[in-house]
Ligand binder design. Structure first.
Ligand code: 5GP
Ligand code: ZN
Length: 114
């Protein structure tokens, strides 16, 4: 999608601080980190919100989650703990409309989230 920030990262028009890439997903450090580790895992295909996920895209979502697990493990947070979040639409605080899985780790986190 032409005017999508994260599609521009997938196409290479913008170069993020990448930590992982394969044929389905790209993972990069958040520009405004909310924890010592704050990575965004995005699908390479444009999906605006979770509401736009097709029934057959469950495996892609699973792959995004496995990617986050591997990054968290690689960075040493598997036992200590980490959080994964996908915000959907305004009340959840979604600001970039290309789905992204937040991976946060490296500090104590509270529940419920704000
Ligand atoms: P949302 O609020 O949609 O769940 O999360 C969007 C995230 O994208 C935010 O955490 C924000 O800091 C991050 N973000 C926005 N613009 C950029 C950018 O240009 N580069 C990177 N690496 N992250 C961005
Ligand atoms: Zn996009």
């Amino acid at each position: 999608m032409d005017d999508c920030l994260f599609c521009k990262m997938v196409s290479g028009e913008i170069t993020p601080d990448s930590v992982y890439e394969d044929d389905q997903v790209l993972a990069f450090r958040d520009i405004n980190p909310q924890a010592p580790l704050h990575v965004l895992v995005i699908p390479k295909v444009h999906i605006a919100t979770l509401n736009d996920l097709d029934d057959d895209q469950g495996p892609l979502l699973g792959h995004m989650m496995h990617t986050a697990i591997k990054i968290a493990t690689g960075e040493g947070y598997a036992e200590r703990g980490y959080r994964t979040v996908i915000n959907c639409n305004a009340e959840a605080g979604q600001s970039v409309f290309h789905i992204h899985l937040h991976l946060l780790a490296g500090r104590p986190m509270h529940w419920p989230p704000g």
